[in-house]
Design a protein around this ligand. Structure first.
Ligand code: ADP
Ligand code: ASP
Ligand code: MG
Length: 815
């Protein structure tokens, strides 16, 4: 004997009904088959609104007619496909059931309330009709069918809407029925009968439980639950697109998953099948050949010990406090025995003895009843002021991670909390260790989706994702985007995914998605009408909850650089080629670092000095391992390296500058390079990195340009005016050459932290002697590197090298 259960999603329309009939026929060819059916999708929801009394009488009649129409349309469609289907007979049965229902509802209208004993009769009509329709389909295909009446055969105890089946007694009853071995057995799910013989139901989603019960009563060798997904996944596949299918799980794991919200199975399903050791398979009616998930005694697979992330929404947390909780043991046992007596399910409990407080979580639907029950029980204590009035926190959700012996694995809780923390999600309560196989946290319902996705990614998804918000799409920004696109496949092999989320310049922005990608961003950016400014950016950041979110600043904007602390506080890492933050006041410089440390975020700025050359990282590594600097000398400007190199070839200062400009080595106006301020900024970044607490004004700059050169000429005027200096420079170059030296524009840091930027005569023993043509060179004289200094040399400017430096900073976020 095999048991098959088909859920509402598998019976949602005529095609699906007939597909279910095909599956039943096929299975029944091999061995006798018993089938449990739910109501077609949506039907129970319509019927439940009737008993919830939230809507008026007209609305209720509308809902009933809607449900009736669904059935009539369903059988019409079945008739169209399967001509032998007894449409008239089925229609009659549907109308009889709905007339019965309407009569009951009229009675309910008259007495203005729906007695508890009537409620299960109303909400279970869908199941009854599913069985009638399936019986007619199977009969018209020449199968003999036996219908089992669950009211007579499944004895249950408990409330009308959430009953529990007494399997021993039900087994006895079913054994007595004489079922022809050739017949297909059909039974409506969700329904059972109490001692008085009244119809009761087994809780929402209860057909799974009916199936497990019937499988146990019939000693079935297997119980197949057919639904609309391929099996049990590591998270609800409707909300976590990269959830994995679990090949097999143990009864215990399945119980935990369903108890904590995996809707694919009703929580009580497992108890009977594990008691009788019946293997259970979850299968997909939309993909019948998929293997499904096997639930059995022992999980032999070598899969991850972690099984899933589940969630329960519509949770409410009760806070009970008061001095009488000092003697917490007694009060707690009274609270919970009172609630247990009333069959109220408590999902999670936390207690603080020091504050005389106890919190527990329940489903929203039970709140009013709990209030009533507890107020009654603690009437005296409340009156005497020993128990403060009861408080509730609404709109909560419980997010749980399920895994075998999870409470013994010490890094799981930390991963859960860090991934919630990185998405700015507050945890209101925790249950860790109370169950060996689950860790649960209570969060706000509004954070649920993000929380589930982030935790699932952190625990199950091997791919590391970086969410990038790029500001600045000049030469460096554009080159960076090209490099990221080019490396996409290479990084994918290393399980790294760089997700560009937003690209902006000073005026507008573009959001990227499945259609607007790195392949077509430029044309879409041109079309974009979305304005960009700091207020808009801050709004976007506030609404971004993904972990590993990074702002890349490829601008030279000072205002933007002053927002870094704010960005970090909002959960963002910062990668920047913009020097303005690191050369701002020392106070701000330190504030960025302390904030980043506190918020556990990275602040990376390798390209601030020497573009892509590994300067900052190398220095940090040296200092971390105990080295210290004695002095530093460097050529830190690509444009000045080019210009001074040309001078020694006999080219005049103005000509050399013009050439450098043509080659793209200079800033748009070469005045900015020759003023020396850019070199001073880089030197400041280095000096601070080394540990000197100095400001920009502390760096002495020997200007290449005399006072009268003001930064108010345009680039052409400036280059003409520069000719005035040609002669004096040629003289200076010749004088140096006569001594075997060359001129270089050098930034220096002395042992005592004195920093200067000036033109120096360099002899041919000095590593800077040969540095020209736009190259940078940095010579570090340290305790370990002496007498020969550590020299870093290479192109220190240019879009591609700078972009690659930014790119490698970006990867350091996750590597
Ligand atoms: P049925 O009508 O067949 O009883 P349900 O809607 O009750 O189907 O249950 C199936 C649904 O359970 C799936 O569509 C899926 O969205 C949801 N679900 C929630 N958690 C999980 C999970 N961990 N694995 C698979 N499905 C899940
Ligand atoms: N039809 C019922 C419900 O929707 C029972 C079930 O589908 O399992 O809750
Ligand atoms: Mg279900």
């Amino acid at each position: 004997m095999k048991l098959l259960k088909f859920g509402g999603t598998s019976l949602a329309n005529a095609e699906k009904f007939l597909c279910v009939a095909d599956i039943i026929e096929k299975k029944n060819k091999k061995e006798q088959t018993a089938v449990v059916l739910s109501a077609p999708a949506k039907i129970t929801n319509y019927l439940v609104t009737i008993i919830e009394k939230k809507i008026d009488n007209d609305e209720i009649l509308k809902k009933i007619n809607l449900a009736e129409n669904i059935f009539i349309e369903l059988i019409k469609d079945i008739k169209k496909i399967q001509s032998l289907f007894p449409y008239e007979n089925s229609k009659e049965k549907i109308q009889t059931e709905f007339n019965k229902l309407k009569k009951i509802i009229n009675g309910v209208f008259l007495i203005k309330q729906c007695p508890e004993s009537i409620q299960p009769i109303i909400i279970s009509r869908g199941e009854i009709l599913s069985v009638i329709i399936m019986k007619n389909i199977l009969k018209s295909r020449n199968h003999e069918v036996t219908i089992l009446n669950p009211v007579e055969n499944l004895l249950s105890t408990g409330s009308y809407l959430d009953s529990t089946v007494d399997i021993k007694e039900s087994k006895k009853r079913i054994k007595k029925i004489n079922i022809n071995q050739k017949n297909i057995i059909l039974m409506p799910g969700f329904i059972a009968g109490n001692k008085k013989g009244e119809l009761v139901v087994l809780g929402r989603n209860g057909s799974d439980y009916s199936a497990a019960v019937l499988a146990s009563c019939l000693n079935a060798k297997c119980c197949e639950i057919w639904t609309d997904v391929d099996g049990v996944f590591t998270a609800d596949p409707r909300i976590v697109s990269n959830a994995h299918l679990l090949e097999s799980i143990s009864y215990q794991e399945a119980m935990e998953l369903s108890y904590f919200g995996a809707k694919v199975l009703h929580p009580r399903t497992i108890e009977p099948i594990s008691q009788f050791q019946i293997p259970c398979i979850i299968k997909n009616t939309n993909n019948i050949h998929a293997k499904g998930t096997l639930i059995c005694q022992k999980n032999n697979s070598n899969e991850n010990f972690l099984k899933g992330v589940t969630h329960l929404d519509n949770i409410v947390m009760f806070n009970i406090s008061g001095s009488c909780l000092k003697d917490s043991g007694k009060i707690i046992s009274r609270i919970f025995s009172t609630l247990a007596r009333e069959n109220i399910e408590i999902i999670l409990i936390t207690q603080s003895s020091s504050e005389n407080k106890i919190n527990f979580c329940t489903l929203k639907k039970d709140v009013d009843y709990i209030f009533l029950t507890l107020k009654k029980e603690f009437k005296l204590e409340i009156k005497e002021g020993l128990l403060n009035s009861l408080n509730i926190v609404k709109n909560l959700a419980i997010l749980s991670v399920i895994g075998s012996n999870i409470s013994e694995k010490n890094n799981i809780a930390s991963k859960i909390f860090s991934s919630l923390g990185s998405s700015k999600i507050n945890v209101l309560a925790i249950a860790h260790g109370s169950s060996e196989h689950s860790i649960s946290v209570v969060i706000k319902k509004e954070n649920l989706l993000q929380g589930v996705q982030n935790i699932h990614n952190a625990l199950f998804f091997k791919k590391k994702i970086i969410n990038v918000f790029l500001i600045g799409i000049g030469g460096v920004g554009k080159a960076l985007l090209k490099q990221i696109l080019k490396q996409e496949k290479f990084l994918e092999k290393k399980n790294i995914k760089i997700k560009l989320r937003m690209i902006a310049n000073s005026k507008k922005l573009l959001f990227l998605n499945d259609f607007i990608t790195l392949n077509n961003w430029e044309e879409n950016f041109k079309k974009s009408k979305e304005e960009f400014n700091l207020t808009i950016l801050n709004k976007i950041l506030k609404n971004t909850l993904d972990s590993n979110s990074v702002i890349i600043d490829c601008t030279s904007n000072e205002l933007l650089s002053k927002q870094y602390v704010h960005f970090i506080k909002n959960g963002f890492h910062i990668v920047t080629s913009n020097k303005k933050a690191n050369t701002n006041s020392l106070k701000y410089y330190n504030e960025i670092r302390t904030t980043a440390l506190k918020e556990n975020k990275k602040f990376l700025y390798e390209t601030n000095v020497g573009a892509g050359l590994p300067v900052i990282n190398t220095l940090q590594n040296l200092f971390n391992t105990g080295d210290y600097l004695t002095s530093f000398k460097g050529i830190l400007s690509g444009s000045l390296s080019y210009i001074f190199g040309k001078l020694e070839e006999g080219i005049s200062l103005s000509e050399a500058t013009k050439e450098a400009q043509k080659l793209g080595f200079t800033e748009p106006n070469p005045f900015d390079d020759l003023s020396g301020i850019d070199v001073a900024r880089k030197l400041l970044v280095l000096a601070r990195e080394i540990g000197y607490a100095i400001e920009l004004k502390d760096i002495s700059i020997e200007p290449i340009l005399p006072e009268k050169f003001k930064n108010n000429q345009n680039s052409e005027e400036f280059l003409i005016k520069l000719q005035e200096l040609d002669l004096s420079f040629t003289k200076r170059v010749n004088k140096a050459r006569n001594l075997g030296n060359v001129l270089r524009f050098v930034g220096s840091i002395e042992k005592n932290g004195i920093c200067s930027v000036k033109i120096e005569e360099i002899n041919n023993n000095n590593p800077l002697y040969k540095v020209k043509n736009g190259e940078n060179a940095l010579t570090f004289y340290t305790n370990y590197y002496k007498p020969i200094p550590l020299v870093l040399r290479g192109y220190g400017a240019g879009n591609n090298v700078t972009a690659s430096g930014v790119f490698s900073d970006l990867l350091r976020i996750i590597l």
